[in-house]
Write a protein that binds this ligand. Structure first.
Ligand code: HEM
Length: 507
């Protein structure tokens, strides 16, 4: 059970006002120094990641983004904030708590977090991934067949849409053992919208916390009551059908919990399923962003596309060989392309807010600065990934930068890579994310050639010359920051490679 009192004390207007005076020397937009509404308005416009980068370019490596918030842009800060056990998630994560039950993502207390993390570790382990691979493969086959169908009529495919449903189907099977099948069943696609809306709403409250304590919050909740209810009813159905099949029904989250010797009925049902639900939120759109962004950048960078296609087609002898294991791991250029896409367009682009542990009374030093207790601190993945000091030519897609060997510059670059965050709260789904992304990309390149659709669809996904601030680069995949990210495109036209098409038709 969580302790609300700390949340409320640290977020009280008096505490924020007191901190605000102490950190008043740090630069930032005037309106941001006065009120949380500044960052909140950018969260509302879904461009907070762009605004943070703009602020760093204008004000330097430390920016005051709200009366009691400082955002940093250095490797030292990344380590000081996320690798220290003296900081914990900020009280603003309290807005994601439902029915007073914490999950691994919202837990601030270290012991509670450790026990939650232990609960989700088995289904995300290497062993679990291996046993789960056939399910991932089945869903990828559905995706490939849809691409094959589109290729017959040269119909452009919106990759953000395709991959979003694929990733959602995979992770709901992992979490609930439930075939949501959004790839083929349109009636279930509302789930994707409901999850995205929940994240968007949460991200706004995360940045204007005081509003979440007022009646506005209830009005917002009331307006979207029906769509939440529809999702809750489906969630209930998924849980009931899974419980009815017994703990060992199939390889999923539930079966791994019972394998641990934990009687699933003894784990409070609300807690168990709240974790499973969170895996769906955490593992769907994030992976979809990584894959869509990689398709976007490959379609705009023909040399990279050709190099990757050569690597895939020369490493494997047949599509059946494309599976987790040493051969897939040897595709270093594939990993470099995924990393470079995640660098340029990270799935979680904003600042992950942290604050000093309430029981810690020692001075807190971040990047050489003494930070008053109660200040929220963070680093934005999008901003640090575009910091020239670590990534020269930051708006250029250059997978080769990840293959430069062990130089000091390369070490610094890896240290600055924050797509999965770092430290004890970093992403436990990283292996699954890389496996899923690698399989989708490798199999697509095995079976197909692709190019950008022509006409008005050609530019979808990229920035636009003369577009809004930060969105003017046609070669950059555009993200809408909703804590995770929403996006559109690229629209691609596929041609099946003759020798492999028959193979796919027979699957
Ligand atoms: C490319 C794909 C992914 C990216 C870029 C990504 C990124 C992240 C980031 C940045 C965090 C830290 C969030 C915070 O501190 O507030 C995180 C946490 C988390 N992610 Fe991922 N993620 C990905 C895929 C997945 C997958 C596939 C799963 C599982 C199915 C997953 C499960 C989690 C969980 C459970 C947490 C919470 C960890 C904790 O607080 O201890 N993620 N992820």
């Amino acid at each position: 059970m969580m302790d609300h009192s700390n949340f409320l004390n640290m977020a009280s207007p008096y505490a924020i006002y007191a901190i605000s005076i102490v950190i008043s020397t740090y630069p930032g937009p005037l309106f941001a120094k006065l009120t949380e509404l500044y960052a909140g308005s950018h969260a509302f416009k879904k461009d907070l990641h762009l605004e943070i980068l703009r602020c760093h370019e204008k004000y330097g490596p430390i920016v005051r983004l709200a009366p009691n918030r400082l955002v940093f842009n250095s490797v030292t800060a990344l380590q000081d904030i996320y690798q220290s056990d003296r900081l914990s998630k900020a009280y603003t994560y309290g807005n994601s708590v439902r029915n007073n039950v914490d999950n691994v993502f919202t837990a601030r207390d270290k012991d509670v977090h450790r026990s939650r993390r232990k609960m989700i570790a088995p289904p995300l382990s290497e062993r679990a991934m291996k046993s789960f691979e056939p399910t991932i493969e089945d869903n990828i086959t559905v995706y490939l067949k849809q691409i094959l169908k589109a290729s017959r009529t040269s119909q452009p495919v919106n990759m953000s849409e395709r991959v979003k449903y694929l990733a959602l189907d995979i992770v709901t099977r992992l979490s609930f053992g439930y075939p949501l099948d959004t790839q083929t069943k349109e009636e279930n696609r509302f789930v994707s919208k409901a999850l995205a809306f929940g994240l968007y709403r949460g991200n706004i409250w995360h940045h204007v916390y005081f509003l979440s304590r007022l009646w506005v919050y209830r009005v917002f909740d009331w307006i979207f009551f029906e769509s939440r209810e529809k999702y809750s009813r489906l969630l209930d159905k998924m849980i009931r059908s899974r419980v009815a099949r017994g703990p060992n029904g199939e390889r999923d989250f539930y079966s791994f919990i019972s394998e641990l010797g934990t009687d699933p009925d003894n784990v409070r049902k609300g807690e168990l399923w709240w974790e499973a639900h969170f895996l769906v939120v955490a593992g769907s759109d994030t992976t979809a962003t990584a894959v869509s962004a990689t398709f976007f950048y490959l379609s705009r960078n023909p040399k990279c596309y050709e190099k990757l296609a050569r690597e895939i087609r020369s490493t494997f002898e047949s599509a059946h060989d494309i599976e987790a294991g040493p051969q897939l791991a040897s595709c270093r250029y594939l990993r470099a392309c995924i990393n470079e896409a995640l660098r340029m367009s990270p799935s979680v682009p904003g600042a992950l807010w942290r604050s000093q542990d309430p029981n810690d009374n020692q001075p807190l030093i971040i990047d050489g600065h003494v930070i008053p207790k109660g200040t929220l601190v963070g680093v934005s993945a999008y901003a640090i990934h575009h910091n020239k000091e670590y990534f020269p030519d930051p708006f250029k897609f250059k997978p080769e930068r990840w293959l430069e060997g062990q130089t000091p510059a390369s070490k610094l670059m890896y240290d600055a890579f924050a797509a999965f965050s770092v430290g004890s709260r970093s992403c436990p789904g990283k292996s699954m994310a890389y496996l899923e992304s690698s399989l989708v990309l490798a199999k697509t390149l095995w079976y197909f050639e692709f190019k950008v659709a022509s006409g008005s669809l050609a530019e979808a996904g990229g920035g636009r010359v003369g577009g809004p601030p930060g969105r003017t680069r046609p070669q950059e995949f555009q993200l809408e920051d909703i804590f995770t990210a929403r996006h559109d495109g690229p629209y691609l036209v596929f041609r099946s490679r003759d020798e492999s098409r028959r193979d796919l038709e027979q699957v």
